[in-house]
Design a protein around this ligand. Structure first.
Ligand SMILES: Cc1cc2nc3c(=O)[nH]c(=O)nc-3n(C[C@H](O)[C@H](O)[C@H](O)COP(=O)(O)OP(=O)(O)OC[C@H]3O[C@@H](n4cnc5c(N)ncnc54)[C@H](O)[C@@H]3O)c2cc1C
Length: 423
């Protein structure tokens, strides 16, 4: 996606943001908030001019209270920094979306980003106790704060979480943290196919084990990324399950062993990395899977549908069938424990006909997600790319309520127009 802004504003404070939003609102100019620009739904791209409001200069840490397990940060702090600051203080900020070196905490909140560890710990919104935002026509509001509970009003915090810049500009957030687990011990299992792999995933859940992450790669994703896999891919593998135990050393070791046992039935091989270096290498490799798949043909159309966990195998197999019907190479990987797939159709950048077929394939994928009782987006949001997607899964009345909420915040429709909401 490409777009051109009429101007870019890089405010240094909440008051600056309020002035920019106030000026734009008074002059009927669209405002497109932008964090790290890593979003997959085109939400931060200015489609039709307007002012792109970048948060990258707003990086202040307003408060860090390790003994109270909380921090308050400005929106432009990068996700990896949030995690680093927590770690250096003996704490843990669990959300770990894959582009953490570049994405910002404001962007993570605006998309309610997930990541591998959302399986045990929940998505970004679960860790936000308060938000400061600038809403039209340029007013600063605060919802929640350094409090862990708040049921005084409607849940405006949750409305802003995942709102993709269409209701206001998030300028700062209160985050809650956890004492850091002592160790992280992954288990990687290779299976012959999706049948054996998904059965192993269900065995993990059925055994009552609680891994921190429960991920998968199908055969195509494994073929794309496998060459760089630390430790080597088992011969004949057409499916990988990646899971992780965390906690105190004793707890995590016990859980790692139990996970390995649950996954080993029918497995071709099971790896249990244990040194911090091996664990880091493994997750760095996992972060690169999306780019490795893109590199196969130069481009991909990749969608983040989510389905109930018992329909995961059907969605994985159907992704391949849809690709075949459209004469496209397809594969998927993702957050198995959350039923969240990254179903991808591979195309060359200069193949316009292939791109058109990939778009049609994506439409079928959305239909599939809804038919299986899921959603068109598990974590990347609607943005511009999936505009209209809500109509597939929500009633007319529910969508009308969405539009009313949008109007209540943004009566002139200038906040990130064309994105997220049906109108
Ligand atoms: C390699 C790779 C791996 C990824 N893995 C994951 C993953 O595991 N899980 C996941 O959920 N996502 C993942 N993503 C997608 C992306 O990283 C997340 O959506 C991330 O949260 C976007 O943050 P950002 O700061 O880059 O936001 P941007 O891309 O800049 O913006 C995203 C949306 O949020 C709005 N926005 C940004 N900042 C603000 C703000 N301060 N106030 C109001 N609105 C704002 C924008 O207008 C836009 O609509 C991945 C992306 C890449 C490239």
């Amino acid at each position: 996606m490409r777009g051109a802004a009429d101007a870019v504003a890089l405010p240094g404070s909440t008051q600056d943001v309020a002035r920019v939003v106030g000026w734009c609102y008074a002059h009927d100019v669209a405002i497109v908030p932008r964090g790290g620009g890593t979003g997959f739904a085109g939400g931060a791209v200015p489609l039709d001019g307007g002012v792109v409001l970048g948060l990258e200069r707003m990086t202040a840490v307003r408060e860090l209270e390790p003994l109270l397990w909380r921090m308050c940060l400005e929106a432009g702090v990068r996700t990896s920094e949030v995690r680093r600051m927590a770690r250096e203080n003996g704490l843990f900020f669990p959300p770990d979306p894959g582009a953490a070196e570049q994405s910002q905490i404001g962007g993570n909140i605006a998309t309610n980003a997930g990541g591998p560890h959302a399986f045990k710990y929940g998505v970004t919104g679960a860790w936000v106790t308060g938000i400061e935002a600038v809403v039209p026509p340029g007013e600063v509001i605060g919802v929640g704060g350094a409090i862990r509970k708040d049921v005084a009003g409607y849940d405006m915090k949750s409305l802003l979480i995942g709102s993709e810049g269409t209701l206001g500009v998030i300028t700062a957030a209160w985050l809650r943290l956890l004492p850091a687990p002592e160790v992280f011990l992954p288990v990687v299992a290779f299976h012959r196919d999706s049948r054996a792999g998904c059965a192993a995933i269900e065995r993990v859940l059925g055994s009552g084990l609680v891994p921190a992450a429960l991920e998968y790669l199908d055969g195509g994703a494994l073929a794309a990324a496998g060459a760089a896999f630390p430790g080597g891919v088992a011969d004949g593998a057409g499916f990988m399950v990646l899971t992780e135990a965390d906690g105190s050393a004793a707890e995590a070791e016990r859980l790692q062993g139990e996970l390995a046992e649950a996954l080993s039935e029918d497995a071709l091989a099971v790896h249990t990395p244990s040194s911090p270096r091996e664990v880091d290498e493994l997750w760095r490799w996992r972060d690169g899977v999306s780019l490795a798949v893109s590199a196969l043909r130069g481009e991909k159309v990749s969608e983040d549908i989510v389905v109930p966990i018992d329909r995961l195998r059907e969605a994985i197999d159907e992704t391949l069938a849809i690709g075949a019907r459209h004469e496209l190479e397809a594969c998927s990987w993702g957050h198995a424990g959350d039923g969240n797939l990254h179903s991808s159709f591979l195309v060359a950048p200069d193949d316009a006909a292939g791109m058109a077929r990939a778009r049609s394939a994506a439409e079928e994928l959305f239909e599939l997600a809804v038919r299986l009782g899921g959603s068109v987006s598990g974590e990347h949001g609607i943005g511009w790319v999936k505009r209209g997607g809500l109509a597939r899964q929500q009633s007319q009345h529910a969508r009308a309520l969405h539009e009313e909420i949008k109007r209540a915040f943004d009566p002139k429709g200038l906040m990130n127009p064309g994105k997220k909401t049906p109108a």
